[in-house]
Design a protein around this ligand. Structure first.
Ligand code: PMV
Length: 363
């Protein structure tokens, strides 16, 4: 589907008012997206596990503006987070609305109220932009569906992912499916730079209920935002090789998903995590988001894997927290290890138990 396919071709009859709600999950990338072109087009393809427990629930109330109340060319909305009005979140949402205006021209005709809440603690250092932006994009698509009742399901989800991408790149991987690819890749049919698609090749049973224990090493605000980090890839000395490597790693993972070879899985996933942080450390200006305890945890995981042979590994996102990944069938021994040896490195021993989920849900 092309960009112009997402522009409505007619002006719908307005609806007086209504309310729609969606719940959308977070995701954790296995091959990382780091670096982008204009309009949130990724510099390389990525793939992620959709999570099950880290979710955002968002509802959108819409009220058609009467001609007399219409203040002209403005988006009018209120935003509430966990029941409290949040003025400081509004500029980000306003920018999002501006980016999607061309594709959702009906939005300015409505007075909107957005209510949002997360199932995970807001100050956990877990990025809520993927779940938050995808939930909002889905609510907007439900409004669109009421205005254009004949839009097909495939179009609905592709456009939801397309809109979510314009809010926050990785959010486009949170809409539908357990393993989601975003970014064109020669060996993945249907893959697109514009939206996420469910990985539809063979996936071995072991990955269907993979566990992710998220260790909250540092709950503080990040020193360098993802958007600054992505931009630093523009003049990065290793950028081109990194982008090629992501294509190669995604090809290799495709084989691993089919075979279930966990040694290869671990090697690719850990290398991707460390490469992401190596890119940050070799940017100009350079920066480090890992903390001493991030490294303590990584070393403990390596030592435990070496002695027990159990298939536990880690990945990182753009922060200090560690995602510990392992198969469901090894949950008892590995969780025992996490409790005894890793939780001490977390802020107040905090962690989130998660596993692979299935995507968003209309409420
Ligand atoms: O979606 P953004 O702009 O917050 O970037 C996310 C980048 C990583 O989490 C580091 C990697 C990824 O692919 O999710």
């Amino acid at each position: 589907m092309q960009e112009q396919d997402f522009i409505p071709q007619s002006k719908p009859d307005p609806i007086e008012s209504g309310k729609v709600s969606w719940q959308s999950p977070s995701n954790i990338a296995l091959v990382k997206y780091w670096g982008k072109k204009e309009n949130q087009i990724p510099a390389n393809p990525s793939i992620s596990f959709t999570l099950n427990n880290c979710r955002t629930t968002t509802s959108l109330n819409f009220q058609h503006k009467k001609a007399a109340e219409n203040k002209g060319d403005l988006f009018e909305f209120e935003f509430y987070f966990e029941g409290k009005k949040k003025e400081d979140f509004k500029p980000k949402i306003y920018t999002f609305f501006e980016r999607i205006e061309k594709y959702c021209p009906y939005l300015k005709g409505y007075q909107l109220t957005i209510n949002s809440e997360n199932t995970f603690p807001h100050s956990s250092g877990i990025a809520s932009s993927a779940s938050g932006m995808s939930a909002l994009a889905l609510c907007i698509m439900s409004l669109e569906k009421e205005l254009f009742p004949t839009i097909p399901e495939d179009y609905f989800y592709k456009k939801a992912s397309f809109l979510a991408r314009l809010g926050s790149g990785s959010a486009c991987r949170s809409v539908q499916g357990s393993l989601v690819v975003w970014g064109e890749h020669a060996k993945i049919e249907g893959s697109s730079n514009k939206y996420g698609v469910e990985f539809s090749d063979k996936v071995h049973e072991v990955f269907k209920n993979y566990q992710d224990t998220i260790l909250l090493v540092d709950k503080g605000e990040k020193k360098v935002s993802s958007s600054v980090g992505h931009n630093l890839m523009h003049d990065h000395p290793f950028a081109e090789d990194r982008f090629k490597q992501a294509h190669k790693n995604l090809s290799a993972l495709k084989g691993v998903f089919a075979s279930g070879n966990l040694n290869d899985f671990i090697e690719i996933v850990e290398s991707e995590a460390l490469t992401l942080h190596a890119m940050m450390m070799s940017s100009n200006p350079y920066f480090i988001l890992m903390k001493p305890n991030t490294l303590e945890i990584i070393n403990k995981i390596w030592a435990f894997r070496e002695t027990t042979g159990l298939p536990v590994c880690f990945t990182l996102d753009a922060g200090a927290n560690v995602h510990v990944l392992y198969p469901e069938k090894n949950k008892t021994e590995i969780f025992h290890f996490i409790e005894n040896e890793l939780l001490g490195f977390c802020e107040k021993n905090q962690y989130i138990s998660d596993s692979v989920g299935f995507g968003s849900k209309k409420l």
